[in-house]
Design a protein around this ligand. Structure first.
Ligand code: NAG
Ligand code: NAG
Ligand code: NAG
Length: 506
């Protein structure tokens, strides 16, 4: 550490002769200062490391929080899995303690228990709370764009690698992320691949689960009616409601794109027809009801009749045109206990998030994670930060170019294996939209998969398939039939096997 500190001091002095004379020299903390103490009221774990580490080159107080668990199986010592939750603005502690970490809140329990399907059996696992202001990551200057998110995360990884004995250079690194991390993961991978001379991360693969890889419309409205039709009997949607949704879907031209995406190999790019030009021709078909619109307070008009459905699709003042997705979600939410995360969830489905938040708001828990140092104060733990979501989801702050342009480049230029997985019961990010997005991408010399998906079994003798999958030219796609948005929470065993295959293969 003395050497490290000295080196960074020296390079600083040499690189920037006009440095602000009042700036403090940057001294990285010792690895040992991140040792955690045993978590209160929880089973013991092998030594792990956690805490806040500042983002270099940004104001003091802008830090990311991390939690690094060592592998529990020496045979997998060569691997480092980096996990990122989405939101944007949701803590990776959600992933660690509700999805795939060594400890998990199961059932009603108010304290964490051992998770038999922990990914720490497949490698060292690093959970990162990012961007600043997410979970335990502190915030001095709020994040303003995806560009800044990625620049902060990259700089931070450089320091993390220094503190943790070059773990990113020496292990086989696999980055896995969920939901909005469908943007973070390809972007950070792209940054890593383009800046290998600064930090030669040994990046072996990326995986994206239920991720936002496509356009807004492509991820939502384009697929949603296909999704609803697929699950019609389970969702028990009355015929007149279904007809109204299908009417809107057809008028907006979304059904045509779904048909195009079912042709293997695809015959060229799919264009989203809901642009203002095409929509104008669709508009006159629509039954308009002024009186309802006049009473709109928010976007959600609780559309529970065919008339309201059409109004919400075509004439929402805040959703914009062809709001098939939002209308469908609003309609389903008029039912009690409907969950966009998994259409099988109901009133009896236990939500472990309050227990998680209560536990991580405890002073003794935060102290165990090195978060109660003299300058720190106890702050309640929130699994998601709504301000970050509002900022990063604002149209002006969306990533340019979007993920679906970055992924083909990772595959084609950088030859990085990309794995996309998805829960079929997830309505929030529906699989139909994900599949359309994949079929619309061009990588390694061709557009989309050339062959349709096929059934996948966990073991040869299994009668029931666990999912549908395909893999071509470096890209794999796995659709898990029985899981939703938080796939490792819904199907811990199946997703563990999947991640094991990803790690063994790459
Ligand atoms: C939750 O607690 C209740 C009452 O203590 C119990 O009846 C129920 O079985 C528990 N549910 C789970 C999933 O553990
Ligand atoms: C398909 O790709 C084209 C060209 O990149 C793009 O303009 C279009 O919006 C994409 N369509 C979908 C459904 O994502
Ligand atoms: C629907 O939108 C159009 C165009 O913005 C507008 O002219 C019309 O009055 C709206 N209809 C209702 C019922 O508000």
């Amino acid at each position: 550490m003395i050497v490290t500190a000295l080196l960074s001091l020296l390079s600083l002095a040499w690189a920037s002769p006009t440095l602000n004379p009042h700036a403090q020299p940057i001294v990285l903390p010792e690895k040992s200062s991140f040792k955690t103490r045993p978590l209160p009221d929880a089973p013991a774990l092998p030594q792990n490391w956690a805490g806040r580490l500042n983002i270099p080159g940004t104001p003091e107080g802008n830090s990311l929080f991390f939690w690094l668990f060592p592998t529990e199986d020496k045979a997998y010592d060569d691997n480092l899995i980096i996990w990122l939750n989405g939101g944007p603005g949701c803590s990776s502690i959600v992933g660690a303690f509700l999805e795939n970490g060594p400890l998990k809140f199961s059932g009603n329990s108010t304290t964490p228990e051992r998770n038999p399907y922990s990914w720490t059996k497949l490698g060292h696992v690093l959970y990162i709370d990012q961007p600043v202001g997410t979970g335990f990551a502190s915030e001095k200057v709020p994040v303003s764009s995806n560009k800044q998110v990625i620049s902060d995360l990259y700089k931070w990884l450089v320091d993390f690698d220094t503190v943790f004995e070059h773990i990113l250079r020496t292990k086989n690194v696999h980055i896995v992320g969920e939901s909005y991390a469908g943007i973070y993961v390809p972007y950070i991978a792209n940054e890593i691949m383009n800046r290998k001379d600064e930090l030669p991360v040994n990046l072996k693969s990326i995986s994206i689960g239920d991720g936002t890889i496509g356009t807004n419309t492509g991820m939502s409205s384009l697929g949603i009616v296909g999704f609803i039709e697929e699950h019609a009997s389970k969702l028990k949607i009355p015929q007149d409601i279904m007809q109204a949704l299908s009417f809107g879907d057809h008028a907006c031209g979304f059904d045509t794109v779904r048909q195009q995406a079912k042709v293997y190999p695809p015959k060229g790019p799919f264009y989203i027809p809901a642009g203002p030009k095409r929509l104008n021709t669709a508009r006159p078909e629509v039954v308009l009801r002024r009186e309802v619109e006049a009473s709109l307070e928010t976007c959600n008009i609780h559309p529970d009749t065919p008339e309201k459905i059409k109004l919400s699709i075509f004439n929402s003042t805040c959703y914009g045109q062809c709001a098939v997705y939002d209308t469908t979600a609003d309609y389903l939410n008029t039912r009690k206990c409907f969950s966009v995360y998994n259409i099988n969830y109901d009133c009896n489905t236990h939500n472990p998030t309050p227990a998680l938040e209560t536990y991580f708001s405890r002073a003794d828990v935060q102290a165990a994670l090195n978060l109660m140092r003299p300058m720190d104060k106890l702050t309640p733990f929130k699994s998601c930060n709504r301000d970050i979501l509002a900022t990063l989801m604002a149209p002006a702050n969306r990533p340019i170019p979007p993920s679906y342009n970055i992924i083909p480049d990772l595959l084609t230029t950088h030859k990085l294996p990309v794995h996309i997985y998805q829960g079929r019961l997830d309505l929030l990010i529906n699989h139909v939209g994900v599949e359309i997005t994949i079929q619309n991408m061009t990588w390694n010399g061709a557009q989309g998969f050339q062959q349709s998906l096929h059934f996948e079994f966990d073991r040869q003798k299994d009668a029931k398939p666990v999912g549908l999958w395909n893999e071509e030219r470096g890209l794999s796609y796995h659709l898990f039939l029985e899981g939703g948005h938080l796939l490792p929470a819904d199907l811990p065993k199946e997703v563990f096997r999947y991640v094991k295959n990803v790690i063994l293969k790459n």
